[in-house]
Design a protein around this ligand. Sequence first.
Ligand code: ACO
Length: 421
Amino acid sequence: MAESITITDNRTGESIEIPIEDGGVDAAQWRKLLPGIWFSDPGLATTAATPSAITELDGENGILRYRGYPIEQLAEQSTFLEVAYLLVHGELPDRAQHDSWVHEITTHTYIHENFRQRIYDAFHYDAHPMGMLTSGVAALSTFYPEAKDIEDPDNRLTQIIRLIAKIPTLAAAAYRHSQGQPFVFPDNTLDYPTNFLNMMYQVGGPYEIHPALRKAMDILLILHADHEQNCSTTTVRVVGSAHADPYSSIAAACAALYGPRHGGANEAVLNMLDEIGDYENVDSFIESVKSGAGRLMGFGHRVYKNYDPRATIIKQAADDVFEVTGKNPLLDIALKLEEVALSDEYFISRKLYPNVDFYSGLIYQAMGFPIEMFTVLFAIGRTPGWLAHWNEMLEQDSRIARPRQLYVGPGVRDYVPLSSR
Ligand code: ACO
């Protein structure tokens, strides 16, 4: 046995030696020695809930790789749909596979007319687009009841294609509803990011999109495409482990992403920059953060303790976008905040660096997206990652997710009738 740990039950003196494999130890061995003694691990911070071959994340060294390919290379040289193929299938496609994948996704972008007229139109005028998207994805399961057959890999692939294809349609439709503007149908002659931007912004005639903005949109989707076992991805795997259909599982992931601790931070960054208001106020804001008055939003990460490689790529994309749109007036404040924080002992000693959300909101805003759409954009990017994990979980023939608890409530007591209480 190369590397192992030994656990001794001090009550009985019994020991068990467990090999360390792929950086983990098998909890089933622990259960053998200690039945009925559970690990207490709130937030699952020390639990590897699954083996996975999709995304490698090394927080100490700022490394993010999809299926072994560095995120920097994919952002620079690949496209979002090719990355989606890579995440789902495990390998980069050859030319024929690529063209067929792109064709399939491009021709599954439409949604049923009932969906738009009866479901989306029923929402209040100021409904949050993320609430509409989450409900919309769940509603898709009623349009595709055959998706319940999750045992059939071909059927699974059909639903994966449908979901990646239709999410931008649902997202743009939610936005148009919130603006009181008519829905723009998908255009199957356009590529994925162009079609999405066209459905968002086309009004009364052809919509011209600058190639730099199209490219930035594609890069942002690639950067958000997967991040191993984060909250929403874990949600997909947990809900999917009950053999719920993929639309219900992805709707659950959207609901998790909606939370401000997860997909909502880019929105918080913009609110913070607005609140700071002026370049001159940066130093005093940093001092207030250090004194505990709040957090520097877009800084820090549970896993990255060196730098977030996505933030470096986004900063470059931001420069390219601002060249076209003009500089976001909040950029100077953001740059000064970063400069001051990165040279301040408080942030250095706590290993706090800009994360992916520090600059993404500035780009989205410059491209015309309202703040409420930021999490929706995250959801479009993350959909292939969610689906790759859902598929992997089913291929692994996973058991249903069912953690234990440490019961701390009252002991047994007798029921007292209401009239006697
Ligand atoms: N600003 C100021 N101080 C911070 C920040 C911050 N952004 N983040 C952490 N700290 C401090 C904490 O106060 C704490 O200090 P202490 O040791 O003196 O008490 C220390 O750093 C460690 O903080 P934790 O909360 O234990 O770090 P954790 O790993 O649990 O939190 C998190 C990570 C949630 C991302 C945190 O850094 C944070 O709140 N950042 C701001 C929100 C944000 O940008 N979230 C986006 C994350 S990326 C994503 O989800 C796509």
